[in-house]
Design a protein around this ligand. Structure first.
Ligand code: NAP
Length: 296
């Protein structure tokens, strides 16, 4: 039993970009790895690395201690897991769902797994396939903490930053969304910035040079906002670096520029009412963190 915990057999269901990276990381660490994919042509490179390919989901899960699922969405994952005989074959094994899903989907799958005596972890991969297995691969796990501890060394094969975030199976996915929102905020902001540069005939390589140190400063501002909201310090104080009025003034300049240059205003127009609500409520001299009141 202990030997199987240290050296579990692993199955990867779904070998797209991410699933293949997961399988490669297991194979690199010499885990016996079985792979299944809807399109069997995608299995050949993994078989060349030593993976066993299985002709069906049921045969893929049969001899493994850990079954990892990584397909396009939860509905597909559910369809695979609900194929005849699969739930029975998974009994007492660890199922790790790495497919992106909502907290509710993770909780529903955890309830389904519990009903069938399957141990369950929901995993949120905060990395791209090229980072899997390396020090920059952060993976958040939620659910059965005993299973996480038992198979920790195998799971950390996928990235040394693997961490169990709580027994509630929805928590990894909730954190995933909360972190990805920051990514999309920054990436969409970058697109808007590029549109401004192009309209004003600014050199994009120069923009990239100015952007790099600005993004570093942004890290501090973002973390400060979270800390202030956590501590309830929403009013302006000696540590406030810019009030809502100051932010809103500069923001209206951006709106004006976009209007003058006929640049798409969908993104700033979505933010503007939040500023306006705070100012109308007399919160103009508050810290930026005060805007959190208007997102509830
Ligand atoms: P991908 O390369 O498009 O792979 C999708 C996988 O889903 C393939 O194995 C595909 O099989 C399978 N699939 C799709 N529809 C199916 C169906 N009806 N029945 C059975 N299998 C089906 O996508 P990916 O980048 O690997 O992403 C997979 C998951 O990882 C997603 O939930 C994604 O959000 C998550 N993720 C990805 C990244 C990333 O950077 N790529 C990062 C974090 C999380 P076929 O080969 O047969 O089409």
């Amino acid at each position: 039993m202990e030997e199987r915990s240290m050296n579990p057999n692993i199955t990867v269901l779904g070998t797209g970009r991410m699933g293949s990276a997961l399988a490669r990381a297991f194979l690199q660490q010499k885990y016996t790895t079985t792979v299944w994919n809807r399109t069997s042509g995608r299995l050949a490179p993994l078989v060349a690395l030593g993976a066993r390919s299985a002709p069906s989901v049921l045969s893929a899960v049969a001899g493994s201690d850990i079954v990892v699922v990584n397909v396009n969405d939860y509905a597909t994952g559910d369809t695979l897991l609900q194929q005849e005989g699969v739930a029975q074959a998974l009994r007492e094994k660890l199922l790790v769902q790495f497919t992106s899903g909502s907290p509710k989907q993770a909780r529903d799958t955890a309830a389904w797994a519990a009903k069938h005596g399957i141990r369950y972890l929901d995993g949120a991969i905060m990395a791209t396939p090229d980072l899997i297995g390396g020090p920059q691969s952060t993976i958040l796990y939620a659910g059965d903490s005993g299973a996480f501890d038992q198979y920790k060394s195998a799971l950390l094969t996928l990235g040394t930053n693997g961490v169990h975030v709580g027994a509630d199976p929805g928590l990894a996915s909730a954190l995933d969304s909360a972190l990805l929102m920051v990514m999309w905020g920054a990436l969409f902001g970058t697109l808007q910035g590029v549109a401004v540069c192009q309209a004003e005939k600014l050199d994009l390589s120069a923009y990239a040079n100015y952007l790099a140190p600005f993004l570093q400063a942004m890290n501090g501002w973002s973390l400060d906002v979270v800390k202030r909201i956590d501590e309830g310090r929403l009013s302006g104080d000696a540590e406030t670096v810019a009030t809502v009025d100051t932010h809103y003034g500069a923001f209206r300049c951006l709106m004006e520029l976009c209007k003058d240059r006929n640049i798409h205003r969908g993104l700033p127009e979505a933010m503007e009412p939040i500023f306006r609500a705070a100012v109308q409520a007399g919160r103009g001299q508050d810290d930026f963190a005060t805007l959190s009141r208007y997102l509830k």
